[in-house]
Design a protein around this ligand. Structure first.
Ligand code: ACM
Ligand code: ZN
Length: 745
């Protein structure tokens, strides 16, 4: 322990000063001072105009105090603009003693962060206490400033819609953690969510889709609200302004995203003339009706005009300097076939279709510049000859951050790992988020590093149906992100201790933090084997495990799980954890069934496989299609299917000859939808949820033949599948060919 620390500890003991409450993100410098300041109903919060939002915030949270523009130097909480308070624009100082509280910063934003720090210095119960008499603020001296200027969270309101009050709640929690950029993903294939007066159909038609779950691009339809398009919503311009104002009062800048030219299915559904002309779709696309083009035409002046008009209207609503123009995952398939796109390409002497995107970005960034704004776009624009003043949001790895910075662009780092908060916690755990480093090693120590203005985490909502899940996916990861982007002195052990102490504040705010999912000992139970159904002990105290036997989702009223149970007839057990506030975890499912008898007079090695070529076939309908061909396989992996190199769905049907009794774990690696069945029941299933790298299913098996089938989708190199197994005396590996059997004809 350094000597300074020893001395501090000694002096704390001698003066009897209690520790300060946990502060997140951790300030640069914190010193405990004598005593406490008592904040009461008559405490005046003194500020000139610039500190008004900070003072109002503290008064609103504490439910005490009066905001005034003048007052004495003692007995008050003062928010003061002071250019000398910090060299950083958002820096601030806090000084608390028994007589007064003083917060100083060069900017209104810094005063707000000072107010949020004061809030965290007050007991956690401040967050939900109804009628306080007073609060104690412990004496201290704090000097603080953020490491990065862009500390962002993105919310996708297109795939699923969230209300104005839900968005405000999202902003409240961001501000508490000094996150200062709200990236609002307002348009995408799932719906157009911002009123544009010049183009009313964008919201009349494009804001409402035919409801379906789970997420499946191929099911997107926008026939109009009176034709069954009942899911959706949008923000009126008055609501947009209200949210922008609210965010501003919390120190947050709103960066709207209008995603163009791809991810535009809702816009195209509203104005079909935005799409390319004369696309000659391949037969398999026509047959299945699968590909709905989601890219606007890049060849026609009328489309560019539409984009310009939308951009102008959007810019008039958002006072921030930066506008996000999307640009990700543009499928140039239609551009390569459209006479208008090809005409423009030749006329302008462009290299290929990708440069058509560059042309649009160039035009729109000039429109933005004419209004004093700057465009940011996803890192795909690095490949499109986009102008150098276009900033980049890098999501596909560090090398794009490096490339963008070296080209002289501003960059925000938002890599899928660990910044995609729609990915499951197993894929992007809190500890990885805490370790997030926006500046790649290749840039460190160079002038280009200065161009990395910060980092951001994203909540895409294909798989997030309601706001409770938004919070569950964001918290506690966003708490870790806040410190990763703010603090210069990170330490995981120290943070995880502080997060534990900080948890009561999240609880008092009723943040829908992530609860662990129950872990069954086996996912499938053949009841003739006489094995009990049991769950691993809860990793967090204070949770109740509740369950149902009829396949319905457990609720807070379901029976408590009594301990190991022995099923005697077929049933589906579903179990979930509930906390004292009635919050529920994801549920776990255990199928209990009688193992069907296999009566095979003749069988032989290998497994039958039917292959359906084509992209994204709906998994539940696959058996009704005509297969492209059939063959025999001896391994369950995409690499072994003759169609490799093309997208396809594989359907395996046969038997496994289990060598000995015991617990077996099957593991499927597949980013696309899949099902693995044993004895006719799902052992493992996936719907292509984001970030799920491997899914496991455990089952107790007896020796002998059992029916076995796999349905799995493969999309060329982008997504493959492999199935492995481990069991008694069997290390994890591919299912042995000697287990795999088919009926002998
Ligand atoms: C993205 O995830 N498509 C930016
Ligand atoms: Zn076109």
């Amino acid at each position: 322990m350094p000597l300074g620390t020893v001395l501090t500890l000694l002096s704390l003991r001698q003066t009897g000063k209690a520790e300060l409450p946990p502060l997140i993100p951790k300030p640069n410098l914190v010193e405990r001072r004598e005593g406490f300041f008592r904040m009461t109903a008559s405490t005046r919060l003194v500020t000139n105009g610039s500190g008004r939002d900070a003072a109002t915030l503290l008064s609103r949270v504490t439910k005490l105090g009066r905001v005034v523009s003048d007052g004495p130097a003692t007995g008050t909480i003062t928010f003061l603009i002071d250019p000398g308070a910090s060299t950083s624009p958002e820096g601030y100082t806090v000084d608390v003693d028994a007589q007064r509280v003083l917060v100083k910063s060069p900017t209104a934003a810094g005063l707000l962060w000072g107010a949020q720090t004061l809030r965290q210095l007050i007991a956690a119960k401040v967050e939900n206490f109804k009628s306080p008499q007073f609060w104690r603020i412990p004496g201290c001296h704090i000097e603080d400033a953020p490491r990065f200027a862009w500390r962002g969270l993105m919310l996708d309101v297109s795939r699923h819609f969230f209300t104005v009050s839900e968005v405000k709640r999202f902003l409240d929690l961001m501000s508490l953690h000094k996150l200062n950029v709200f990236h609002w993903h307002l348009t995408d294939d799932g719906g157009w969510r911002i009123e544009i007066k010049k183009y009313p159909e964008l919201t009349n038609t494009g804001a409402y889709r035919v409801p379906f779950e789970p997420w499946d691009m191929r099911k997107l339809r926008f026939p109009g609200r009176d034709q069954g398009a009942t899911y959706g919503g949008y923000y009126k311009q008055t609501e947009i302004k209200e949210i922008v104002r609210y965010a501003g009062s919390l120190g947050i800048t709103v960066v709207p995203e209008i995603d163009l030219p791809g991810h535009a299915m809702a816009a195209i559904a509203s104005y079909p003339e935005l799409a390319c002309r004369q696309m000659d779709m391949p037969a398999w696309i026509k047959a299945t009706g699968l590909l709905t083009p989601n890219v606007v035409c890049a060849g026609r002046e009328s489309t560019a005009k539409f984009c310009t008009n939308v951009l102008l209207e959007v810019m008039s609503l958002f006072p921030g300097k930066v506008i996000h123009l999307g640009g990700d995952e543009v499928n140039t398939w239609s551009w390569q076939r459209c006479p208008d796109c090809q005409g423009t390409l030749k006329e302008r002497g462009l290299r290929d279709s990708t440069d058509l995107q560059g042309l649009l970005v160039k035009r729109l960034s000039a429109v933005a510049a004419s209004q004093g704004k700057q465009v940011i776009a996803w890192d795909e624009v690095l490949e499109t000859a986009a102008p150098k003043d276009v900033a980049v949001m890098s999501w596909r790895g560090e090398q794009r951050t490096v490339k963008a910075a070296r080209e002289g662009r501003l960059v925000v780092a938002s890599p899928t790992d660990p910044c995609y908060f729609d990915y499951v916690y197993e894929a992007n755990p809190v500890e990885s988020v805490y370790a997030f480093e926006p500046v790649p090693a290749a840039l460190r120590g160079t002038a280009d590093a200065e161009r990395v203005s910060g980092g951001q985490a994203n909540l895409w909502t294909e798989w997030i149906l309601d706001f409770a899940k938004v919070e569950r996916m964001a918290y506690p990861r966003a708490v870790a992100l806040s410190e990763a982007l703010w603090s210069t002195n990170r330490n995981w052990d120290d943070f995880s201790d502080r997060l534990g102490q900080y948890w009561p504040r999240l609880d008092a705010l009723e943040v829908q933090t992530k609860l662990p999912q129950p872990q069954p000992q086996a996912d499938l139970c053949f009841i003739d084997l006489g094995k009990q159904v049991q769950f691993a002990p809860s990793p967090i105290p204070g949770l109740t495990l509740r369950y149902t036997l009829d396949g319905s989702r457990p609720t807070a009223k379901s029976s408590e799980f009594p301990g190991p149970i022995l099923p005697i007839k077929p049933c589906t057990i579903r179990a979930a954890y509930f906390d004292t506030r009635g919050r529920m975890s994801d549920d776990a499912r255990v199928e209990c069934l009688v193992q069907p008898r296999v009566n095979l007079p003749k069988f032989t090695q290998g497994i039958d496989i039917l292959v359906y070529e084509g992209e994204g076939l709906p998994i539940e309908n696959v058996p009704t299609f005509t297969p492209s061909y059939g063959t025999i396989a001896s391994l369950i992996q995409a690499e072994d299917v003759p169609s490799k190199g093309k997208p396809f769905m594989a359907r395996y049907d046969g038997f496994l000859n289990i060598p000995k009794q015991g617990m077996y774990t099957f593991q499927m690696k597949c980013w696309m939808p899949f099902r693995v069945k044993l004895g006719g029941a799902n052992l493992i299933a996936g719907d292509g949820e984001m970030g799920v790298e491997a899914s496991r299913g455990k089952v107790w098996l007896k020796p002998g033949l059992i029916r076995f089938s796999v349905l799995a989708e493969s999309m060329n190199r982008r997504a493959q599948f492999t199935l492995t197994v481990s069991g008694p005396d069997l290390p994890e590996g591919p299912i042995p060919a000697s287990w795999i059997y088919r009926r002998k004809l």
